[in-house]
Structures are given as structure tokens and as C-alpha cells.
Design a protein around this ligand. Structure first.
Ligand SMILES: Cc1cc2nc3c(=O)[nH]c(=O)nc-3n(C[C@H](O)[C@H](O)[C@H](O)COP(=O)(O)O)c2cc1C
Length: 198
């Protein structure tokens, strides 16, 4: 299977980076074709230029590479911290520029864009790993867990990815080394379950 793995965290030694390393290693054990992108390290430009917004194609070869990979992915893994209930800006820009109309979704003939989209992504399964410093009860009761709505409904559901599993590791700031080890083991186990050997 072609699996796209997208990491958004500025610090190379972050726990998010450790999660991504475990995901890539686990997928490689099963001989999946892993396309790994560390958006900060590859200097992905999240700002969509005017001509790209109104045109059909990006002039940025990195954006075009991401579009081709995501279009042909059989599975997608996203890894990022909770920043203000949202992904870091670089990943928001990745969504804006990569998951474009006619790449990730389309509208029926005759629909100007106000109707229901048709998801175009081949991948039907996605995994999202998040980290945060907020207790589960507060995240759900006070903030309404915005990352769940965002990934499952607003983004993946829109693009036709129906099977979305999301894992939130918390509270990172208070975590022990044993706890983080257990989270990394859970990451590997879940990656194996979601994308078993072909
Ligand atoms: C700009 C910024 C915004 C943040 N916003 C939130 C937030 O809304 N909720 C939360 O629980 N943690 C928030 N955090 C804390 C991060 O989620 C936390 O540092 C991260 O998940 C820890 O993982 P890491 O060790 O890989 O960085 C924020 C951190 C930063 C830098």
C-alpha cells in the first residue's frame, strides 16, 4: 500500500517527531511504500498564492508532488500537536494547497460548488495522532474537541476518506518517560492494526 505520512512540528526532537518515526518504522516493517514528509524540515510553504487560488495548477513543484502522492495514497497518517484547537499553520496551509478541488474532491456537473462534494481520494482510511496539554474532560466539555470535527468531518469526510481513527496523547507536559514509551507502543500497535501487511 502507498501510505502518506505527514508530520507538522517545528522541533526535530519533539514527541510528535518520535511518533512519526515509530509510524514510519512500523509501516516499513510491512513493506508499505511510505511517503514521509516533515513539513517544517522540507520548508513547505503554507501560503496559497493568488494565481494558485484562481488557477488549476500550482507552480510550486513541492505542492504538485504532495498532490500526486495524496491522490494515489491508499492510506494517510497525520501527526501534529494541538495548537489552539487546530493544527500548526504549516499543516493548515498544506490542507489549503494540497487538498484542492479536482485533487481531493469535486462537485457534480452543473454544481457551482454550493452542493455536496464528491470525495476523490483513493485512501479510505486515515490515522491522526495528536498531542496536547489539556485533560480529556476539559477538551471535550469546554472546547468541544475541535480537532475531531476538523479531521473526521471537515477534511477527510469531505474528501471521501470514511474510516478515520484519531489518537490524542495527553498531558505531554506532565508525562513520564514510561508514559511516553507506552504512547509510542500504542502508536505502533495502532499503525499495524490500521495498515496490516499486504
Ligand atoms: C502555539 C501553541 C499553541 C498551543 N495550544 C494548545 C491548545 O490549544 N491546547 C493544548 O492542550 N495544548 C496547546 N499547546 C501545547 C502543545 O499541544 C504541546 O506543547 C504539545 O502537544 C506537546 O508535544 P511535543 O512535545 O511534541 O511538542 C500549544 C502549544 C503551542 C506552542
Amino acid at each position: 500500500m502507498n501510505i502518506s505520512v505527514i508530520l507538522a512540528h517545528p522541533y526535530a526532537q519533539s514527541f510528535n517527531a518520535a511518533i512519526a518515526a515509530v509510524v514510519v518504522k512500523t509501516l516499513n516493517e510491512f513493506d508499505h511504500a511510505v511517503r514521509f514528509h516533515d513539513l517544517y524540515r522540507e520548508h513547505f510553504d503554507p501560503v496559497i498564492p493568488e494565481d494558485e487560488l484562481v488557477g488549476d495548477q500550482s507552480r510550486d513543484p513541492l505542492v504538485r508532488l504532495h498532490q500526486e502522492e495524496i491522490r494515489t495514497a491508499d492510506g494517510i497518517v497525520i501527526i501534529h500537536p494541538n495548537w489552539w484547537g487546530q493544527p500548526p499553520a504549516v499543516l493548515k496551509g498544506w490542507v489549503d494547497r494540497v487538498l484542492r478541488e479536482n485533487v481531493a474532491y469535486a462537485f457534480p456537473v452543473g454544481d457551482s460548488g454550493g452542493g455536496l462534494p464528491i470525495g476523490l481520494l483513493r485512501a479510505k482510511r486515515a490515522l491522526v495522532f495528536n498531542t496536547s496539554n489539556t485533560a480529556a474532560a476539559r477538551e471535550n466539555d469546554v472546547f468541544g474537541d475541535p480537532l475531531q470535527r476538523l479531521w473526521r468531518d471537515c477534511i477527510f469526510g469531505f474528501c471521501g476518506v470514511t474510516d478515520v481513527d484519531r489518537f490524542m496523547f495527553r498531558i505531554v507536559a506532565d508525562s513520564s518517560a514510561d508514559e511516553r514509551d507506552a504512547w509510542l507502543k500504542e502508536t505502533a500497535d495502532q499503525t499495524r492494526r490500521s495498515f496490516p501487511a499486504p
